[in-house]
Write a protein that binds this ligand. Structure first.
Ligand SMILES: Nc1nc2c(c(=O)[nH]1)N[C@H]1C(S)=C(S)[C@@H](COP(=O)(O)OP(=O)(O)OC[C@H]3O[C@@H](n4cnc5c(N)ncnc54)[C@H](O)[C@@H]3O)O[C@H]1N2
Ligand code: MOO
Length: 406
């Protein structure tokens, strides 16, 4: 291999992800109504154009007064009312009190709100205790100030953040366009759920899960009809596809019937990743179709057919690609957690074990075969073991990637 030819096989997880991310850029922005923006990623920051609260406001129902008026016990003349949405407009003079409610503006001249439980109303006057009691005034701008960045570009919107954007008065938000991701499952053995499988067929289970993952991560999945293990059929299925990313499932390995790469070679496939030093998911690959044509070509991620291999590599690579196209941080968020068991030394491939988080720490499932959909359905984390990691004892901290489970 010459120095200028990059190594394509046995890449580390980080190397492979970096190669993939180098091939994608954030998608253009679009403006959408605030109420439609849950789950979308901001393309432009949300900036405050007003202070919140926009005036000094009462935090309690009580009495707005002048602190200087308060002695050991004071009786003040009630001159009016300030309710939420309706202020008391005259400045407060010495010896006066204004009845005030939560959220209402503090009248000019007042600098103290006394909670009503600490006061006794006597007709047109109110009797208050000594000064020095807690002040129930929320200062203007106490939540945010004009000009402040409330939500940065790249932030994913959720119910709390939508509410913040609403509090800033935003009716529409600039968000990244959803990446259109086309999924193609391949394999003679695949029957669709609902169809009658042949004697040596299994139901296709990868596509529906991957499409749901893509949707949750902010992409727009489109599933093609599965093809058999046939070079011409696979090439025909992909030839006219318009997508920000094409994801194939199965046919990634080295068997005589693993034909996805040979099929896409007929469409000008240039590989950036050929295999990854990972378990499960070693045959995962990434490349570009017709890269030498103007526009850079269409990107393709090849996932292995084993469901756990496909799903682990979707979590580790496909999710990063989706986030990068959305302009969000693509790095998986790993956490440290104690082992609830001891683990033997790891082999030469970086292992992402399906695991469960228990009150005593994280525990890997005993059977890590990559075909097991039952195990994946119960896992709530992936436990990372570095290539050749030594044996680990119970209580030792390990890295996990938490899965979004209900
Ligand atoms: N001689 C070698 N054999 C294999 C190697 C190797 O390095 N040398 N790698 C193994 C590893 S690791 C994996 S992972 C698999 C992945 O192979 P493929 O991507 O080519 O996947 P298939 O052969 O098409 O399928 C594997 C397995 O998964 C089932 N499958 C496929 N697609 C789906 C789907 N959409 N839904 C549900 N199940 C699916 C398929 O029936 C197979 O059982 O290769 C090893 N072999
Ligand atoms: O990498 Mo394969 O995914 O070990 O089964």
């Amino acid at each position: 291999m010459s120095a200028s030819t990059p190594r394509l096989k046995g890449l580390t997880v980080e190397e492979a992800r970096a190669r993939m991310l180098a091939a994608v850029t954030p998608l253009p922005a679009e403006s959408i109504a605030l109420a439609e923006a849950d789950g979308r990623v901001l393309a432009q920051p949300v900036i405050a154009h007003r202070d919140q609260p926009p005036f000094d406001a009462s935090a309690m129902d009580g009495w707005a007064v002048r602190r200087a008026d308060l002695a050991a016990e004071t009786t003040l003349r009630i001159v009016g009312e300030s309710a939420a949405g309706h202020g008391y407009v005259q400045p407060l003079k010495a010896g006066e009190a204004v009845r005030i409610f939560t959220g209402a503006p503090i009248p000019a001249g007042a600098d103290l709100v006394v909670i009503q439980e600490e006061a006794v109303r006597e007709g047109e006057t109110v009797r208050l205790g000594p000064a020095g009691q807690p002040n129930h005034v929320r200062p203007r701008g106490g939540d945010f100030h004009t000009g402040e960045t409330l939500l940065a570009a790249g932030v994913k919107l959720d119910p709390w953040r939508l509410s913040l954007a609403a509090a800033a008065g935003q009716a529409a938000l600039s968000v990244a366009r959803r990446p259109r991701i086309v999924l193609l499952a391949t394999g003679e053995e695949l029957a669709q759920p609902g169809d009658t499988p042949g004697p040596f067929q299994i139901f296709e289970s990868g596509g529906v899960g991957l499409a749901a993952m893509i949707r949750r991560w902010g992409g727009e999945p489109h599933r093609l009809a599965a093809t058999g293990d046939d070079i011409a059929a696979i090439a025909d299925a992909v030839r006219e596809v318009q997508a920000d990313l094409i994801v194939t499932v199965g046919g990634a390995s080295v068997g005589d019937h693993d034909l996805v790469k040979p099929a896409l070679e007929t469409l000008g496939l240039t590989l950036a990743v050929e295999t990854i030093n990972i378990r499960p998911g070693k045959p995962t690959w990434f490349g570009t179709l017709g890269a030498k044509t103007p526009g850079g070509g269409r990107r393709v991620l090849g996932l292995p057919g084993n469901p756990a291999s496909a799903f682990v590599c979707a979590e580790l690579f496909l999710k990063s690609l989706v986030l990068a196209m959305l302009g969000a941080d693509p790095a998986p968020r790993l956490e440290l957690i104690a082992l609830a068991q001891s683990l033997p030394a790891n082999g030469p491939r970086e292992h992402w074990a399906r695991a469960r988080i228990t009150p005593g720490g994280v525990r890997a499932f005993a059977d890590q075969d990559s075909s097991l959909v039952t195990v994946f359905a119960q896992a709530d984390a992936l436990l990372r073991r570095a290539a050749n990691a030594p044996a680990a004892g119970e209580g030792e901290l390990v890295e996990i990637l938490r899965l979004e489970r209900g």
